[in-house]
Every structure is written in C-alpha cells, then in structure tokens.
Design a protein. Structure first.
Length: 88
C-alpha cells in the first residue's frame, strides 16, 4: 500500500496518510488552519493526473484546482505553491 489522500469536506482540508502512519498530515486547508497551506473550501473529491499533479474539486466555488505534488518529501509543507492552476 502507498499513500492515502482524504478530501475532508466538513473540515475544509486535504489530509495525506503515509503507509504505516497512525495520523495524517494536513497538506491543504481553509484559511486559519495553517500558514502557507493552500485553501480548499468544501473539498468534494480529488484525483491524480498522469504526471502526479493533485486535482481537487470544490463544491463551494464550483472549480477544480491543480496542485503539483513534491514527491521528494512527505511532510506537511510538501505542496508546491509555485504553480497553482484553476480550471473553470
């Protein structure tokens, strides 16, 4: 088994659980939860593209956000904010 990602709708966040861990790391959250973490109000679903980018659908904003994932590290700040694309 590998890494498990959860779109936590009611808590407005994306959580990553590493294989064998007993807790997850918040990698994206609504404002006020973490400094420098991208906001995802009401994340509804998520998927990964062929190149490993994370796509998150939001119910509140009716949009899909794309986040490149830094595969070299599995820590809380591993979402690369340099390129953040919005698909409308």
């Amino acid at each position: 088994m590998g890494t498990f990602y959860v779109a936590d709708y009611n808590n407005h966040r994306i959580v990553r659980w590493l294989n064998g861990s007993t807790s997850g790391n918040v990698i994206m959250a609504e404002q006020g939860v973490g400094i420098g973490i991208p906001q995802v109000p009401y994340p509804y679903d998520l998927a990964f593209g062929r190149q490993g980018n994370l796509y998150v659908t939001e119910l509140l904003n009716s949009r899909i956000q794309m986040f490149p994932i830094d595969k070299s590290s599995c820590v809380k700040d591993s979402v690369d904010l340099v390129q953040n694309s919005f698909l409308l």
